[in-house]
Design a protein around this ligand. Structure first.
Ligand SMILES: *Cc1c(COP(=O)(O)O)cnc(C)c1O
Length: 492
């Protein structure tokens, strides 16, 4: 090698390992530890708080000097891996999220190694992205000509659905003219149980929060159809434009499913867009026992769903489906001079970034694709039925326990209840007591669940979207709640 070549070699760097054999050995070992981490999940607390030294280690400044990868990995196992949120644990039932799966994790790794940008292009990963969208359409009985896009999650999927709804219903080219040019203010309707992301969506769409009119629910927490009809008529009479009905298939508080067929009929009669937030319940369509609960789903103009919930894809994976593929593209396509298609080569395919706000997109399809291939969709359907049966089992346990009271009917996999330590307690004391039970079980690492308020009354809430949960875990939950109550008799 001449002098000048040596100089070049010394000054040019790469992120690749200096020793590939050592890298393989390290990655193999880490992969093994990761598998053991999942294997042993039951033996660890669901959650534990971070000690101060961990918080300190996670607040240090940007590293300037190198650290051997082995030490970096050791630090990750001592921090992030050691103090997780807990949603992969069999006794995690808080808020609403999936439990992940090993195959999905392997998919994340391979997607990152493969490294493609799913903004689009003529390559296999992009066709796999199309294929997964196609599979999700099949699962909810949507026509194959419908359009769809994988998103970061349900919030983004709902935003995409509502964006297309706004643009189709605007009565003006709203992409060009903006909402200031709307001939009439638009109104969207959803039940008072609607997820918070819809507020962010109408705010972000420039329609304002008032554009989302909340309709009361009946005692089973489903949208009150009479009240909805009245609201639409009132708004029309007031010169507003009723544009979109948002049905919820599985509300976040109690899992209620709106009467989707009735909403589809009403939207058709009124000439309105019908969007379904199916982040919780759309996938019930694949569950052999409970699928009838979501009939009418297939009639929507747009659906938001969430593979990182009941398909247990590792975060993040959501999906928006739009029946009218032209309306979908017309809402997001933008032909930039630096992103032209071609008739041959890598750019010879429709751009996937024309179906949503992102330009660069991750290869999130692979983790979903691999898990569906491995297990088959039928098993995912059975797991959904299993969670719903487990929720009924827990509801029965609660009904058989005098100190516990159900706070809402259990429709799918969400159980709302409260502990009643003695009669005649004020609502405020009852709330404090139940929150205390919830926090104690979290802090003891036994179970994580959350709480909510239904019609002004506080309750505990167990949402079982977890393929690792066993009935014995629910027996233990009730036992531990009663044990905490016994140990720490009111007042706390
Ligand atoms: C989870 C959820 C969302 C939001 O989805 P993310 O994936 O968390 O963004 C929206 N609607 C409902 C009903 C949900 O349960």
């Amino acid at each position: 090698m001449g002098d000048s070549e040596q100089t070049t070699a010394a000054s040019e760097e790469t992120l690749d390992p200096a020793d590939w054999d050592a890298a393989r050995a390290l990655v193999t070992r880490v992969a093994g530890e990761a598998v053991d981490h999942l294997r042993d999940i039951r033996s660890r607390p669901v959650w534990r708080d971070m000690p101060p030294e961990i918080r300190t280690r996670l607040a240090t400044k940007v590293p300037h000097r190198p650290t051997p990868l082995e030490d970096v990995v050791r630090e990750v196992f001592g921090t992030a891996m050691a103090y997780p949120m807990g949603n992969t644990h069999p006794r995690f039932w808080a808020w609403y999220m999936g439990a992940g799966n090993l195959t999905g994790a392997l998919g994340e790794f391979l997607a990152a190694v493969q490294g493609s940008n799913l903004g689009g292009g003529n390559h296999a990963a992009a066709r796999m992205d199309d294929q997964v969208v196609g599979w999700l359409k099949e699962m909810v009985n949507f026509p194959s000509e419908a359009s769809g896009t994988l998103t970061s999650g349900g919030s983004m999927a709902n935003l995409i659905g509502l964006t297309v709804a706004r643009n189709v219903m605007a009565g003006v080219d709203v992409r060009a003219e903006g909402i200031g040019a709307l001939p009439q203010p638009l109104r969207f309707y959803a039940s008072d149980q609607v997820h918070g992301c819809h507020f962010k969506a109408v705010e972000g769409l420039g329609l304002g929060r008032k554009a989302l009119r909340l309709i009361p629910t009946t005692e089973d927490f489903r949208i009150d159809l009479t009240a909805l009809r009245t609201a639409i008529a009132e708004d029309r009479a007031a010169g507003l434009k009723p544009a979109c009905i948002i049905g919820t298939a599985g509300t976040v508080n109690v899992g209620a499913i709106d009467d989707l067929n009735a909403l589809a009929d009403l939207a058709a009669v009124e000439g309105m867009w019908f969007h379904i937030d199916g982040c919780i319940g759309a996938l019930i369509a694949i569950a052999p026992v409970n699928a009838p609960l979501v009939t009418g789903l297939e009639r929507a103009d747009s659906i938001a769903m969430d593979p990182h919930k009941w398909l247990h894809a590792p975060f993040e994976a959501g999906c928006a489906l739009i029946r009218d593929s032209a309306a979908h593209r017309d809402s997001f396509a933008h032909s930039a001079e630096y992103l032209q298609g071609a008739s041959r080569g890598l750019a010879a395919a429709p751009w996937l970034h024309d179906l949503g706000p992102q330009t660069s997109r991750g290869f999130r399809a692979l983790k979903v694709w691999m898990a569906l291939k491995e297990h088959g969709v039928t098993k995912f359907g059975r797991l959904i039925d299993q969670n719903i049966a487990q929720a009924k089992y827990l509801a029965d346990l609660i009904n058989q326990t005098p100190e516990l009271e159900l706070a809402a009917p259990t429709c799918i996999n969400i159980v709302c209840f409260r502990h009643l330590p003695k009669v005649g307690m004020s609502a405020e004391d009852l709330k404090r007591w139940n929150v205390e039970i919830m926090l104690r079980l979290q802090e003891e690492g036994i179970a994580v669940f959350s709480d909510t308020t239904l019609n002004g009354r506080h309750c505990l809430r167990v949402a079982i979207t977890n393929h690792r949960t066993r009935r014995a875990d629910l027996d233990l939950l009730v036992k531990e709640i009663l044990a905490v109550a016994m140990r720490d008799r009111w007042p706390v």
